[in-house]
Design a protein around this ligand. Structure first.
Ligand code: CP
Ligand code: NVA
Length: 313
């Protein structure tokens, strides 16, 4: 019925460039304000309810959405898909139709992007990607917020090391291009961003002035970089871990590699870290590390995103 059809201005956040460059900047600006005045934005008061659904494990995303929704005056329903009928094979499309009758937004962490796309196609409320195989756009909002606490985003360089062909690599390339940053990917063959992702980044960079280069040489990627970021070598849902660890070992973010970055470089990692694999204790716990500010900023960035998605237009 008409009452339950999608509103014409329905907006989802399935990947980084579902926001425009201007909208990304607006959300980041709101996130900084929300961090400065944490309880001043009752955007979900009423209260509005938000479903937060997990098909993979999570610490930061689970906690930061749950707490963020409460701080906005809303009500969260945080569930593991395995404890719902999704775990017994109810379709994503039917789940989207049902949840849309209860909540004002659906946040989901799942596997293939086809699943979240099917959810969004059948939902009449905004759908937010809390990590898929392809993208981790909420993480990149927090990463950009963290970088902006140290340097202007436009013109700043970021080296991204290791597995650049999965969610964090893809989202880093796209979200940082949108922010006008210079991205240097240091990854071996087989772990570099797909041609479609690089083509999308180039299209974005013609208007933002950003850039992306891909190199197999980790030192070249890191040399002079203002920000150095990495992620797990074996992501959730991946097998063949020994092969991956072997192939990615030259890209470990350790003190010797970090020495090639700018003197005031900051280090990011979305966490959880596999200390001694993609990042050493020395770097995680060292003076350049901002990984716990970055984890905190998930809270502020997602509050801003939800407030922005759910505001009356
Ligand atoms: N960075 C991140 O998404 O962490 P969780 O898997 O703990 O949510
Ligand atoms: N690439 C990692 C990110 C975890 C937050 C994974 O997908 O497991």
């Amino acid at each position: 019925t008409a009452k339950h059809s999608a509103p014409p201005n329905l907006k989802h956040f399935l990947k980084d460039d579902d926001l425009t460059v201007v909208q990304q900047a607006e959300v980041l600006d709101l996130a900084a304000k929300m961090k400065a005045d944490r309880y001043a934005y009752p955007a979900l008061a009423g209260p509005k309810s938000v479903a937060v659904v997990f098909e993979k494990p999570s610490t930061r995303t689970r906690l930061s959405f749950d707490i963020g929704i409460a701080e906005l005056g809303g009500h969260s329903v945080v569930i593991d898909a395995q404890s719902t009928q999704l775990g017994r094979g109810e379709t994503v499309a039917d789940t989207a139709r049902v949840l849309s009758r209860y909540v004002s937004a659906i946040v989901i962490r799942t596997f293939g992007d086809d699943r979240i796309e099917e959810l969004a196609a059948n939902a009449t409320v905004p759908v937010v990607n809390a990590l898929t195989d392809g993208w981790h756009p909420c993480q990149l909002l927090a990463d950009l917020q963290t970088i902006a606490e140290h340097k202007p985003l436009k013109g700043t360089s970021i080296a991204y090391l290791g597995d650049a062909a999965f969610n964090m690599g893809n989202s880093t390339v796209i979200a940082c291009s949108m922010a006008g940053m210079h991205v240097r990917v240091g990854a071996p063959e087989g772990y570099q961003p797909a041609p479609e992702v690089l083509a999308r980044a180039s299209a974005i960079n013609t208007s933002t002035g950003g850039s992306v280069v891909v190199t197999e040489d980790p030192v070249e990627a890191v040399s002079g970089a203002d920000v150095v970021s990495t992620d797990a070598w074996v992501s959730m849902g991946m097998a063949d871990s020994e092969k991956r660890i072997g192939e990615l070992t030259p890209y470990q973010l350790n003190g010797a590699l970090l020495d090639h970055a700018a003197d005031d470089a900051i280090v990011l990692h979305c966490l959880p870290a596999h200390r001694g694999e993609e990042i050493t204790d020395e770097v995680m716990d060292g003076p350049h590390s901002r990984v716990f500010d970055q984890a905190e900023n998930r809270l502020h960035a997602q509050k801003a995103l939800l407030a922005w998605l759910l505001k009356e237009r």
